[in-house]
Ligand binder design. Structure first.
Ligand code: DOR
Ligand code: ZN
Length: 346
C-alpha cells in the first residue's frame, strides 16, 4: 500500500543563499517554514569575511523570521587570501560562525574575493582544524582552459585530495556535488568528509538547460552534468549513507537577472524544497532513508543536536506557481508550473 503521510524530525538546510535587504526579507520565510536551521552562504556584496559582519548579517536574518516560527541561521565566513585565522577562531568560539566557505576566486556569483590559491589559506585551514571548524567547499577549478563540465572532477584531483590529506582532522563538506567522481571521492574518504546534494542536481541533467532553447532558470553552478552523474547522485542521496545530506543551494535571482544576455547562476528552490527532495526518494523507492538525509546526517556531521520537533508531509498534489512576486519584480522557482506529489501538512 502506498504511504499517505510521512513524519520526520524537523529537517535543516545545510547550504543556501538568503542575499540581503528586501530579497532576504522575502525569501527567509520560505526556508523558516520548512527548516529548523540553515547554513547561510556569505557571498554578499561585499562578502561576510569577519566575525562582526557575520553577527550583523545573522541579526538581519533573524528580523525576517516570521513571528512564532523557530529558525536558526548558521553563519559561514567567506574565506579570502587575507582571512585572519584569529578572527575566524574567535567567531567560531563566540558561536557566530558554524563553518567557513572556500570559494575559488571567480568560480561563481560574488566570488571575486575568493581564494586565489589554496596554498595561501593553509594557515587558516590549520587554525580551523585546531578549532574544529567545518570547511564548506565550492569544488570547481576556474582556469579558462578547463571545460566547465570537467571543473568539479578536476578540483578533486588538484585540491580536494591534498586538503583532506594535509588536514586529516578537518571536517570538510563538498558542497552541491554534481558528479559521480565527487560521490566516489566522498565515499572513499573517512568520516570527516561529507557532501550536500541539491534538489536540482537530483532532478535535472544538462539537457534541461540546453535542449529546446536555453533554459536560464535551470542554470546554476556547478552546472548540471550528464545523466549518468544525476543517477549517481540519486543513488548516493537515497542510499542511507551518513555522508550525504540535504543542502538546497537555493539561490534567488530576479527573473530579469536570469533572462538576460549574461544570466546569473542559481536556482531558487526554497518554496518547495522538501517536496522536491521527497519526490526523488519516492521515485527511488527509498522513503525509509528520507529522514536520515533531511534531518539526521547533517546535524551529526556538524556535531549539532537533531531537532526534537517533527514535520509531516502528505501525499497530496501541489502545483508550483509559474512565478513568485519578489522585490517589486518576480522570481521563477524551481519546478515552476509542475505538480509535485507531496506537500507539507500545515
Ligand atoms: O548557482 C549558484 N548560485 N551557484 C553558486 O555557487 C552561487 C549561487 C549564487 O550565489 O547565486
Ligand atoms: Zn551555493
Amino acid at each position: 500500500m502506498t504511504e499517505h503521510t510521512i513524519t520526520i524530525r524537523r529537517p535543516d538546510d545545510w547550504h543556501l543563499h538568503f542575499r540581503d535587504g528586501e530579497i532576504m526579507e522575502q525569501v527567509v520565510p520560505y526556508t523558516a517554514r520548512q527548516f529548523g536551521r540553515a547554513i547561510v552562504m556569505p557571498n554578499l556584496s561585499p562578502p561576510v569575511t569577519e566575525t562582526a559582519s557575520g553577527a550583523a548579517y545573522r541579526d538581519r536574518i533573524l528580523t525576517a523570521v516570521p513571528a512564532g516560527v523557530e529558525f536558526t541561521p548558521l553563519m559561514t565566513c567567506y574565506l579570502t587570501d587575507g582571512t585572519d585565522p584569529a578572527d575566524l577562531a574567535r567567531g567560531a568560539a563566540e558561536g557566530v560562525f558554524t563553518a567557513a566557505k572556500l570559494y575559488p576566486a571567480n568560480a561563481t556569483t560574488n566570488s571575486a574575493h575568493g581564494v586565489s590559491d589554496v596554498a595561501k589559506i593553509y594557515p587558516v585551514l590549520e587554525a580551523m582544524e585546531a578549532s574544529d571548524i567545518v570547511l564548506c567547499v565550492h569544488g570547481e577549478v576556474t582556469e579558462s582552459h578547463i571545460d566547465v563540465f570537467d571543473r568539479e572532477a578536476e578540483f578533486i584531483e588538484r585540491h580536494m585530495r591534498s586538503i583532506v590529506r594535509d588536514f586529516p582532522n578537518l571536517r570538510v563538506v563538498f558542497e552541491h556535488i554534481t558528479t559521480s567522481d565527487a560521490v566516489d571521492f566522498v565515499m572513499g574518504e573517512g568520516d570527516q568528509v561529507a557532501a550536500t546534494i541539491t534538489p536540482q542536481h537530483l532532478h535535472i541533467n544538462r539537457n534541461a538547460m540546453l535542449v529546446g532553447g536555453m533554459q536560464p532558470h535551470n542554470y546554476c553552478l556547478p552546472v548540471a552534468k550528464r545523466e549518468a552523474h544525476r543517477l549517481a547522485l540519486r543513488k548516493a542521496a537515497t542510499s542511507g549513507s551518513p555522508k550525504f545530506f540535504l543542502g538546497t543551494d537555493s539561490a534567488p535571482h530576479l527573473r530579469s537577472a536570469k533572462e538576460s544576455a549574461c544570466g546569473c547562476a542559481g536556482i531558487f528552490n526554497a518554496p518547495f524544497a522538501l517536496e522536491s527532495y521527497l519526490a526523488v526518494f519516492e521515485e527511488e523507492g527509498a522513503l525509509e532513508h528520507f529522514e536520515a538525509f533531511a534531518s539526521l546526517n547533517g546535524p551529526r556531521f556538524y556535531k549539532l543536536p537533531v531537532s526534537d520537533e517533527t514535520m509531516t508531509l502528505r501525499r497530496v498534489p501541489v502545483t508550483v506557481p509559474d512565478s513568485i512576486p519578489m522585490a517589486g519584480e518576480e522570481i521563477v522557482p524551481f519546478h515552476a508550473g509542475e505538480t509535485l506529489n507531496w506537500r507539507i501538512a500545515e
